[in-house]
Design a protein around this ligand. Structure first.
Ligand SMILES: Nc1ncnc2c1ncn2[C@@H]1O[C@H](COP(=O)(O)OP(=O)(O)OP(=O)(O)O)[C@@H](O)[C@H]1O
Length: 812
């Protein structure tokens, strides 16, 4: 049976005939011609002969106005830091002396002194905008924008936050608010459990807030960077830098405002101007919107289109007899490429011996390409925007130099009680923040004086306050929403942030997207202007380049380890898309999973769905077919998500059905297959989801399952080595099994999935445009769940979705 399915997976791209040639990453980096070749010869097939037989591919300056006044003062009933004045002075001293002299040139000092006021910035607690606790908690809108934000956590999934007793709106589309930030917060809630480090008996620094009424306007000005100019990276003449990066202007670097230097696949650009940064909010809103557009569609549900069934019956002869030859199958011990590693060993770097010991214990010997490309630049104090493929060690890339900054910042007679936060890492999800903290703790094994904490929500604010009080930290991992909560509600916290010397935005493009923008701006306003900022992501769309000045200094360096014109995905990950009518999707999914499992006992599969409720439905269905399935999405309690996440991390032989809570950054080892069902929110999301496999040079496989009307999405990823596969047939037995399983899925789960599906696609710029067609498609989805009539939707919800009086909908 499994073999039979293979015959339907023939790829149509003739270029894949060349798939047996392996591209050499070094070649790829050295020439602009090679990327083209690399697309033609994307990777060496593991099962070359079969693949060949099947034709299968192997393989402007942003101005921040921060008025500080009485209203900027944030007081909580319980003070975390009581002697804040003392801390402020101490922080101020540090900033003007130790840190700057270590990281910046004398020019920096000068500039730093000129901008001392900037260091005293406080949170602009404009009530209307950031009113603590109450802001954006109410659910009163289902605007497009809110939906688009929601996607990250779970798309149209729940709005289930409200840790402070606010009620939540039961419907997936409800509880959304017009304010972008509100859904950002949802991200936080959607993530995973907390992680707390620093159990070394550190005591807190208690104090009362002082000096908070100094009003001032903090601005990000051009030329406000205190760091030294790096003659090498900013050179105009194209000479080879001391770091070995040759200039390569022809390599398709920045289109404007930057110079590129490239060698070894790394592009380093020094931004020259930020004045051209025009904020076109509308445009960005739409973009943000577009991201949410994931739809799937439907269509024919004809149960008789068993046209494929007989193919299956007769296909055995067409399929490879050996299971190794199955192109859908990833070997249980995935092959691996070391091309993500550089040729530099960590012990060749100028980092502390304690850090080196921690690195060694972690099992890292060679630096990855991104680590090698960024370390020396970051250690020099430069702001960096870094782009590197998924699973290539970006976390260590920003953590290691950040730890060195903390080391240099800690005074010899450091009293941990008085230590401010030196490094602030912002992550879009709880899990990512927790994961980053775990990585930091690994690196900090021999740095007993440095503590890490996580503030990510999912628990009561007071618990985190207590934890931070008990275990002060120098490195803080946070999600934006919860961090803002602490800034506004935890006494002394704002002052602790005055010590921040390094601000990291992980998944930076996502954090700078409209969904998070306001929170990020708010956070940036709460940390010193004089700081180093590091932005990391596997995807850096052009618009992010244009707006990155929100966070970065004007002369930051853009370090692109991917290189323009080079695929942003891994060549050792086979990507395919299947286009099939919606009513076949559940059966096809089962078929694909069954096939994969039958060939790999150590399978580890992620199935991405569009919304939380669709995720629940799919997990329910697959579970009823007796597949070994877990589910994870925002509607699950945090403790459950943490448990499932841990289980999946350690397991083999498991399928995790998930919403986009798992899309970015999550480092599950040895994922063999990623299936994306329905439209991803956007190109970036597709790449990040796919990036859960093929990490650390390992092989992997990705399948995108779309309905015919969703094919438009493919144009956004046409530069990626994704190939069309013919649709595998589903034998009647399988179909029956799926139908039976569906009949046992609870009606309320189907109703919730239907409503979520409708809401998700309603927000799509493409699909949601024609409401009549949308409803038709939604009803096809309903039928695909085995329902004769679409579930009724509350009138209120329909009203919010702008779907009142559209024929085909049932209201209640
Ligand atoms: N120098 C190294 N050598 C070997 N493994 C490493 C090295 N640095 C990091 N790793 C490991 O590589 C894996 C991927 O790292 P990480 O999660 O930081 O990737 P990433 O680039 O941030 O991925 P994503 O874009 O998906 O967030 C982790 O398991 C990490 O521990």
């Amino acid at each position: 049976m499994p073999v039979k399915l293979l015959s339907h997976l023939r790829l149509l791209n003739p270029l894949t005939r060349f798939a047996s040639m392996k591209s050499d990453p070094r070649l790829k980096r050295s020439s602009h011609v090679v990327p083209i070749l690399s697309r033609i010869f994307p990777h060496r097939l593991k099962y070359q002969s079969l693949s060949t037989k099947l034709g299968f591919p192997n393989s402007p300056t942003r101005l921040f106005s921060t008025r500080l006044g009485s209203q900027s003062e944030v007081r909580a009933s319980k003070s975390l830091i009581e002697d804040e004045a003392e801390l402020s002075d101490w922080v101020s001293g540090l900033r003007s002396d130790s840190f700057r002299t270590r990281l910046y040139s004398s020019d920096d000092d000068k500039a730093g002194n000129e901008n001392r006021d900037g260091d005293r910035r406080r949170v602009n607690n404009e009530r209307g905008r950031f009113s603590p606790g109450k802001r954006r908690r109410d659910s009163d809108s289902d605007s497009y924008s809110s939906m688009s934000r929601q996607r990250d956590s779970d798309s149209f999934g729940s709005f289930s936050r409200n840790s402070r007793g606010k009620s939540r709106f039961g419907g997936e589309l409800e509880g959304k608010k017009d304010d972008y930030s509100s859904s950002n917060r949802q991200m936080d809630r959607d993530s995973f459990g907390s992680f707390s480090r620093n159990s070394r008996g550190k005591s807190r620094f208690d104090g009362e807030l002082e000096g908070k009424n100094e009003g001032f306007v903090s601005r990000r000005r051009e030329n406000d960077f205190r760091g030294e100019k790096r003659p090498i990276m900013s050179e105009r003449g194209g000479r080879v830098s001391e770091f070995g990066y040759g200039r390569d202007r022809g390599g398709g670097g920045l289109k404007k405002g930057g110079k590129d230097l490239r060698r070894g696949g790394v592009v380093i650009s020094e931004e020259e101007s930020g004045d051209d940064v025009e904020e076109d909010e509308d445009k960005r809103s739409m973009k943000s919107f577009r991201d949410l557009i994931s739809e799937e569609d439907s269509e024919g549900e004809d149960d008789d289109d068993d046209d494929d069934d007989d193919v299956l019956k007769n296909a055995s002869g067409l399929f490879p007899a050996k299971k190794e030859a199955n192109p859908w199958v990833v070997p249980s011990s995935p092959g691996r490429s070391d091309s993500y590693l550089s040729e530099t060993r960590f012990d060749q770097c100028s980092v502390s011996s304690s850090s080196l010991k921690g690195i060694k214990d972690a099992g890292y010997e060679m630096m990855t390409v991104v680590q090698n490309a960024t370390l020396h630049v970051i250690l020099k104090g430069k702001d960096v925007l870094a782009k590197a493929k998924t699973g290539t060690g970006k976390t260590v890339a920003f953590l290691l130099p950040s730890i060195e900054v903390v080391l240099k910042s800690l005074p010899i007679d450091c009293n941990q009680k008085r230590s401010p936060i030196f490094v602030l890492v912002i992550c879009p999800t709880r899990e990512l923040a927790s994961q980053a903290a775990a990585e930091a703790n690994t690196l900090l094994k021999y740095h007993p004086s440095i503590g890490v904490q996580v503030v990510i929500g999912g628990t009561r604010l007071a618990l985190e306050q207590k934890r931070m009080q008990a275990n002060p930290c120098q490195i803080l991992m946070a999600t934006p929403g919860r961090l803002k909560d602490h800034i506004e509600n935890t006494a002394g916290f704002a002052t602790q942030l005055m010590g921040v010397k390094v601000l990291v935005l992980d998944e930076a493009d996502h954090l700078l997207d409209m969904g998070f923008r306001r929170d990020i701006e708010h956070i940036i306003a709460a940390v010193p202007k004089q700081r180093q900022t590091l932005l990391f992501s596997a995807t850096v769309p052009e618009e992010v380049r244009r707006i990155c000045h929100i966070a970065l200094k004007r002369d930051h360096e853009f370090i692109d380890t991917v290189g323009q014109g080079t695929e942003e995905t891994h060549s050792q990950v086979r990507q395919m898309h299947l286009v099939a009518p919606l009513d076949k999707h559940f059966s096809l999914l089962y078929s694909l999973l069954k096939e994969h499992i039958s060939h790999d006992v150590d399978y580890k599969v992620l199935v991405f769905c569009t919304t939380a409720m669709v995720t629940r439905l799919v997990a329910d269905l697959l579970g009823k077919i007796n597949l070994n399935v877990r589910e994870i999405h925002s509607r699950k309690p945090q403790s459950y998500r943490t448990r499932i996440s841990d289980e999946f991390r350690k397991s083999k032989g498991l399928i995790l059905v998930t919403s986009d809570v798992s899309a970015r950054g999550v480092d599950y080892p040895d994922v063999t297959l990623v299936i994306q069902v329905g439209l991803p929110a956007d190109r970036q999301q597709y790449i990040h989801r796919l990036g859960r496999t093929g990490r650390k040079g390992k092989e992997g496989q990705g399948i995108l399952l779309l309905a015919p009307w969703e094919e438009f999405f493919l144009s956004s990823i046409k530069d990626l080595p994704i190939t069309k596969a013919s649709v595998p047939s589903v034998d009647p037995e399988m179909r029956k099994k799926v139908e039976q399983a569906l009949s046992h899925v609870e009606m309320k789960n189907k109703a919730a999935a239907y409503q979520a599906w409708l809401g998700y696609y309603n927000s799509s710029k493409v699909v949601g445009r024609d409401k009549y067609k949308l409803v038709e498609l939604a009803n096809e989805f309903s039928q695909s769940m085995g329902l004769d009539n679409p579930p009724a939707i509350p009138k209120l919800v329909l009203g919010k979705m702008g779907l009142k009086n559209i024929p085909g909908l049932r209201s209640k």
